[in-house]
Every structure is written in C-alpha cells, then in structure tokens.
Ligand binder design. Structure first.
Ligand code: NAD
Length: 470
C-alpha cells in the first residue's frame, strides 16, 4: 500500500524537526517554538441578498516571542485550519530569517471571492475584521494582517477603516494592517515587494561563486533560462524584473489553463496583458501552448520558479524535475518527500522561508511608516540634494569642467520612498542570504539551504526565549 502523502503542515514540522536536531537546545524548547500558540475558528453571519449567510474564518498566532504577530489573510474556497497553521509557522521562521521583529500569524476565510460583488465583499470583510478585533487578533501592537491569495489593497483598506472606527483614539490604528494603498497609509513598493525580493535573492545566489558552482552553473543571471509557474503578483514581478533588469530568459510560463514555451524567451509583460485580456494564456502568439501545464515543471532549464501555490512538486513528479536551481517563490511548493528527492538529484533549492520574505520585509517598512506618521525621505530628501549640489559645485570648480547634466541629475538625487524601500529590501535579502549560508558552512550536521534557514530561525528565536521568563 502506498504511504499517505505528507500534508503541508506535516512538511513544515518535519523540516523544523530536521533542523532542530542539528542544534543544541534546552529540553522541550524546540517543541515550544514549533507549537502553534493560538488558533481561532470563527463562524459569523452576514446579512446578504435578503437573508443571512454564515462564513467560516481562521486566524492563527503561531508564536508570540515578538509582537505584533504578522501574516497574510487568504480568501479561498479550499482554505482550512491546517493550511492556516502551516502558513503561520512559516511566517514565524521567515520573519526571524530576515530579521523582521515579528512573530508569525496567518488567517483565512473560506470563500470564493469571485462569487460576490465588491459591495458584498466589503460587507463580509468588515464583519470578519470585527470578529478578529473582538478576539484579540487585530491591532498595530498585537496582530497585523496583510494581503495573500484572493485579497489585496482594497481588502486591507476595509480592515484598517473598520479598525479605526472601533478604536477612534488609537493614533497608530493605520498600522493594524499592511499592504494598504499608498493614499491610505501604504508604502511605495509594497505591491512589487515579494517578486522584487525573489529577484534580489536570485541575484545574490548568482553572485556567490561557491553556490553557483554547486548548482553546475556560471555566475550572473544574463541569458539564464527560467521557467515560471504562476503569473500572479509574485511571479509576474519576479519574472519581469529578472527579464528586464538582469537579462534572464523566461522560456516558459505555466498558468491555470496550461503552459507556454518559447526557447528564445517570452515577453513577460506581453503575456500578462494577454492573460488579462483573454483570461487565459492559450493562444498567446509565438509560443507553444500545452494544456498539460504541470508537465513544463519538468522541462530542462537553469532556474525553475514555482510562484503559484503549495504542493505542486510532490513524490510523483519530483524525480523528473530537471532544473539546476529551484527558487521557491510560492509558500511550500515542494512537499517533504519531494524535497528529499530533489536534494538527492543535486538540485540547489533556495527555500521559501527566505526567498519570498520580501513581502513581509516591506510590510515591516510600511508599519514603521505608520507608527512614525511620516513618509520615508520627507525629512532629508531636499537636505541631501542641497548637500550633493554643493559637492558637485566643488568638484566642477576643482576640475574646471561641468559634469554631464544627466549624470548630474542622478548624483543630485536625494532619498525618496521607493528608492529607500528597494534599498532596504535589497540589503535585507543580501544579508539574510549570507547568514543562512554561514549557518550551513559552520554546522557539520547541515547539508542544505532549507535546513540551514530553519536552523537560523530556530537559533534566533531560542535566544529570545532564553531571555524570557515563561
Ligand atoms: P496570486 O493569486 O496573485 O497569483 C497566483 C497565480 O498563480 C495566478 O496567476 C494563478 O492563476 C496562478 N495559478 C494558480 N494555481 C495554479 C496552478 N495550479 N498552475 C499554474 N498557475 C496557477 O498569488 P500571489 O500573491 O502571487 O501568491 C503566490 C504564492 O506566493 C502563494 O504561495 C503565496 O502564499 C506566496 N506568497 C505571496 C506573497 C505576496 O506578497 N503576495 C508573499 C509571500 C508568499
């Protein structure tokens, strides 16, 4: 009889156990860190279409070693409690890996958002926000949701507005959610952040000769062949930046209705426009379409980026995966069994707990902006520009020439919000990459990057527990 496949939550716990065994921790501490601290199932009625409809939602606070707890809210018809717990645990480890001072949380509402009008979704979301607030699962110092599958900026605005109504004297109320539109307390660069983080993480891999050699590749992203699954928020931004800024070749794109293959490279922007117009990728010109999308995961390429959903590489297809680097942009795209098979094949895995942490990193910047009540760059931009102007004048005087106007414009520029956010994110991703690598290099029991990432997170959280009195 075939063994039952390992669930998403079991996979996360198995990865955790593998890493904690490589560390020396006080008795019972690994279990304390791994255990989900609180999970609430909410069933609430909403007056809709001349009657009442009951909705089921969850919010899990995986850990409270730091506050607030942070993590997205997903609207999906297949949502369930175990998935919420698994995603909340990943958030705890992710925040710790990228040095964002939060614990992990996650939420979901079992709903197919496509079946409801905008007005109805607003009503449902406001009711969900009331339930979260009532139970201590919402607040700028306590628990801060963000968008995930099926939710977006508008959903976050509704939650923030509802929270403000319930707590009119809370001066930090806007910081109760992140991922808001910029005109409603959001930060520039949040929408692109997770994809941008994937780009920065991959760039760092290609800048690290030891890792590139391990994967059997040459340094640099220029000309590298990439296959992407999921042209959504994360996948689109990652693929677009890798193509337009780093010269990588996106040879394949897998979407819900099938896949596109073009060895010369697909134009990511054009595919997105096509998908938005026709609701599918089938029929996109100058590419070979196949309705068996998942088969393209197995096509040879330098980098495979699953950016759609969990569990897409499993014990059935893992042995046929033939990329050199597997860059986990989605949460949990490999099951635990697949992870073992992929490692045996010598494929270099850049794990989700690190690679898709760009979203929470920029959420952290947004939260800081909300608490400080001032836009990044507002206090120093003109001051820095004036200083730069003086330096340029001095240089021009000393060399007796004027500097080219377009170069001068770049040299003059003071910090603005989008540049600061991107720079902060790049610094975070580059630093975390090497912290994880050092964990692997320094611990002889660790032989892969995922275990190293988990071990790094566990060690940092264990240090915090060490200073607490429970
Ligand atoms: P999204 O809904 O914007 O995009 C997902 C895309 O994948 C869509 O285009 C969808 O059509 C496609 N898709 C869905 N199922 C598919 C399948 N079986 N085969 C091929 N394509 C499929 O979602 P997103 O926000 O981009 O999130 C994608 C993944 O990244 C999820 O695992 C999510 O948890 C993770 N993630 C997202 C963020 C974020 O900031 N949005 C942050 C961290 C992690």
């Amino acid at each position: 009889m075939k063994a039952k496949p390992v669930s998403f939550l079991e996979s996360v716990d198995l990865y955790f156990n593998r890493a904690s065994k490589a560390l020396k921790l006080p008795k019972g501490l690994a279990r304390q860190i791994r255990t989900c601290n609180a999970i609430c199932e909410m069933k609430f009625g909403v007056e809709l279409r001349g009657g009442y409809e009951i909705f089921t939602g969850w919010r899990a606070t995986h850990s409270e070693h730091a506050l607030p707890a942070k993590g997205g809210i997903r609207y999906a018809p297949f949502a369930d409690q175990q998935e919420v717990e698994a995603l909340a645990a990943l958030m705890t480890y992710k925040c710790s890996i990228v040095n964002v001072p939060y614990a992990g949380s996650k939420g979901a509402l079992k709903i197919d958002p496509k079946q409801y009008s905008l007005k109805e979704l607003e009503h449902i979301t406001r009711r969900f926000a009331q339930e979260l607030d009532k139970r201590g699962f919402l607040g700028p110092g306590l628990n801060v949701p963000a968008p995930d599958m099926g939710t977006g900026q508008r959903t976050m605005s509704w939650i923030a507005d509802e929270y403000q109504k319930l707590h009119p004297s809370d001066i930090n109320a806007q910081g109760c959610v992140t991922g808001k539109p910029v005109h409603f307390g959001g930060v520039e660069g949040r929408v692109e952040a997770t994809g941008r983080g994937v780009q920065f993480g991959l760039k760092e891999f290609f800048r690290t000769p030891e890792d590139v050699k391990k994967a059997g590749l040459e340094p640099g992203l220029e000309g590298k062949s990439i296959i992407l699954q999921g042209l959504g928020n994360v996948g689109y931004h990652a693929a677009k930046f890798l193509q337009e800024e780093d010269g990588a070749k996106i040879i394949g794109i897998i979407e819900r209705d099938g896949s596109l293959l073009c060895e010369d490279g697909l134009n990511v922007e054009a595919v997105l426009q096509y998908k938005q117009e026709y609701g599918k990728v089938e029929g996109f010109p100058q590419a070979t379409f196949s309705s068996n999308g998942a088969a393209l995961l197995e096509y040879p390429c330098d980098v495979l980026i699953p950016a759609a959903m969990e569990g897409v590489i499993h014990q059935e297809n893992a042995a046929r995966i033939s990329c050199k680097v597997l860059a986990e942009a989605a949460n949990g795209p490999l099951t635990f069994e697949a992870d073992q098979i992929i490692q045996e094949k010598g494929i270099f895995i850049i794990p989700d707990t690190y690679l898709n942490a760009g979203g929470v990193t920029v959420s952290y910047f947004e939260w800081l902006k909300n608490l400080s009540h001032v836009r990044f760059g507002r206090m120093d931009r003109r001051f820095v520009e004036a200083q730069n102007e003086r330096v340029i004048e001095l240089i021009e005087g000393a060399i007796g020439k004027t500097i080219d106007p377009s170069a001068k414009e770049k040299l003059l520029e003071g910090p603005n919000e989008i540049n600061l956010v991107r720079a902060g994110l790049e610094d975070t991703m580059r630093e975390a990459y090497h912290e994880i690598k050092a964990q692997e290099d320094e611990n002889e029991k660790i032989h892969d990057r995922r275990t190293a990432a988990y071990a790094l997170a566990i060690r940092k959280i264990a240090d915090i527990y060490d200073s607490m009195y429970l």
